[in-house]
Design a protein around this ligand. Structure first.
Ligand code: G4P
Length: 526
């Protein structure tokens, strides 16, 4: 198989959802179709058990388990599918955002009872930054959910994307009869079944035919009206709009009952993009270029003291990755080879000989990598599109043992390279502010500094509301920094960041400084 064929058969994507919408169940059903697992229940949920939310070591243990399911690969109808798993726990949202930089498309799962939830909105914001194509799956139609038209309106409003229904539920909840597939004019009848694939599909050439009345009786009139309305309001589905991230096709079904999943998977394989070109800081890199390149989007540290290894996740962007071949680590300006790269399988890790664009390779790491690092065959370029987002919780790191300052410095530097949290420094005084999206990370940092670096610290809460990166007129920024010294820090790459205490203060700063652009992400153009 040549390079181009290898790329065209690959689909690398993530399933995302607010916790409990059905991501794990859907993933599992896909794996069942792909033959990667034989029975339902085989995929360990990476959902952190509710009882464990205050015990981060327990959470780490569960996260350890989920490394094995970080990337699930299977073949279906000649296509090679890579599903990248994303953590469900809110405190690990940064992990999810970074994983989204490594996929070519996304399936978003919505609970038909709850509609668009808070975390869904955040996740979609990240997708929209890169115009990632999105398919929406409205799950749990076997429950009494919201009116489908209302759900579609909510999707458009809250997620700021146009939608186009591809299938339509005939009733819902206890009266749920099945799904009408708009794109091939057939009805798929519902039969609650958690293991079997529904086969009862009847093609309806003409919605006005008497056959429809025979099949679904009084619901036929409603279906006819609904479909007419859909065609009138939403227009034709255009794949191009989907690929540009402008329109999201919407499917209805029930992951638990294995209903509507095959249709979703097959349509996904038909329309979802294969590995796409990516921007580096110097040029656009095509996936079928002969020379290998890729970037690190996630680092997983093992907290078990007996296995202190870290695993770096590499997304291949072009050419062919090969085991034991020297590649160039651009930031460190050194050549490295990898004797035991691996793929992540549903239940085990397997040694990997080569990989192509779209694939994710696991690399054992002893501290050479940080998030965003690029590997090439010698070219000096860095991949873009792995932004930091403004943290939500800020605390100052206080050293409790002045004799161990060096250890603390090294420890906090390395932990933040891994992406555990964000580090902001303030001069004078070398103050260190740590920003995270959840409280858990502070426990993780404290524990790891003590156990891995022999350094003791405590945290003092700081009431900041947002971290804002600044661009624009240099003189204006310098003046602003001088005037707001107390709130100015530098991120890990030396960029100026303004820590605003409240939304009001931030808005005032924006109004009073028209020559400065304030951004709540560290990358502004991708
Ligand atoms: P997540 O990964 O997005 O967090 O969700 P997950 O798949 O774990 O599903 C959350 C809950 O919703 C699970 O129930 C699951 O069985 C249920 N569920 C998923 N799909 C459907 C569906 O199509 N219909 C209905 N009625 N329920 C669905 P649980 O009680 O929390 O867990 P479990 O004990 O069943 O595993």
């Amino acid at each position: 198989m040549n390079l181009s064929e290898a790329i065209h058969r690959r689909k690398t994507f993530a399933i995302i959802s607010h916790p409990d919408a059905g991501k794990t169940t859907l993933t599992e059903k896909f794996l069942l179709f792909g033959g990667a697992i034989q029975t339902a229940g085989a995929v360990k949920s990476n959902k952190i058990k509710k009882a464990a939310t205050s015990d981060f070591m327990e959470i780490e243990k569960q996260r350890g388990i989920s490394v094995a399911t970080s990337v699930m690969t299977f073949e279906y109808q000649g296509k090679l599918v890579n599903i990248l798993d994303t953590p469900g726990h809110k405190d690990f949202a940064e992990d999810t955002y970074r994983t989204l930089t490594a996929v070519d498309s996304v399936i978003l799962v919505i609970d038909c009872v709850k509609g668009v939830e808070e975390q869904t909105e955040r996740l979609m914001e990240v997708c929209r930054m890169r115009n990632t194509p999105v398919i929406v799956f409205i799950n749990k139609v076997d429950r009494d959910g919201r009116d489908p038209f209302d759900l579609l309106d909510e999707l458009e409003q809250k997620l700021n994307i146009k939608v186009r229904p591809m299938s339509w539920p005939i009733n819902g909840g206890r009266d749920f009869k099945g799904v009408y597939k708009i794109y091939d004019k057939s009805i798929n009848f519902f039969e609650a079944n958690k293991t079997k694939i529904s086969k009862d599909v009847i093609v309806i050439e003409d919605l006005n035919s008497a056959l429809l009345d025979e099949l679904i009786d009084k619901d036929a009139i409603k279906l006819r009206q609904d479909v007419e309305l859909i065609d009138g309001v939403y227009g034709d589905f255009e794949v191009d709009g989907y690929l540009k991230g402008e329109v999201a096709p919407v499917f209805f079904g029930s992951a638990l009952n294995n209903f509507g999943i095959k249709e979703l998977l097959e349509k996904f394989l038909e329309i979802a993009p294969f590995p796409q070109a990516r921007m580096s800081d110097s040029r656009k890199v095509e996936p079928d270029e002969n020379k290998f390149s890729g970037f690190i989007f996630k680092i997983h540290a093992n907290l078990d003291p007996r296995h202190r290894d870290r695993i770096a996740f590499l997304r291949v962007c072009s050419g062919k990755f090969e085991r034991n071949k020297f590649f160039y680590h651009v930031r460190l300006e050194k050549n490295m080879k990898f004797p035991s790269p691996f793929t992540f399988m549903a239940d085990s890790k397997a040694l990997l000989e080569d990989a192509y664009a779209g694939d994710v390779v696991g690399l054992y790491d002893t501290g050479n990598f940080k998030i965003g690092d690029t590997l090439t065959e010698g070219e000096k370029m860095l991949y873009k599109g792995i932004p930091s987002f403004s943290p939500e919780i800020f605390k100052e790191l206080i050293n409790l043992d002045p004799m161990k300052s060096k250890q603390l410095e090294k420890g906090i530097e390395q932990l933040t390279d891994e992406g555990v949290a964000q580090l902001f420094r303030q001069d004078p005084g070398n103050r260190k502010f740590i920003g995270t999206v959840g409280e858990l990370q502070f426990e993780v940092i404290q524990y790891r500094l003590e156990h891995e670096y022999n350094a003791k610290c405590r945290f003092e809460a700081r009431a900041f509301f947002k971290a804002c990166w600044m661009t624009g007129d240099k003189a204006a920024i310098d003046e602003f920094c001088k005037y707001r010294q107390k709130n100015i820090v530098k991120d890990k790459d030396g960029n100026w960041v303004f820590l605003a205490e409240t939304a009001w203060i931030l808005n005032t700063a924006i109004q009073q400084n028209p020559k400065i652009d304030f951004h709540t992400t560290s990358e502004f153009k991708i």
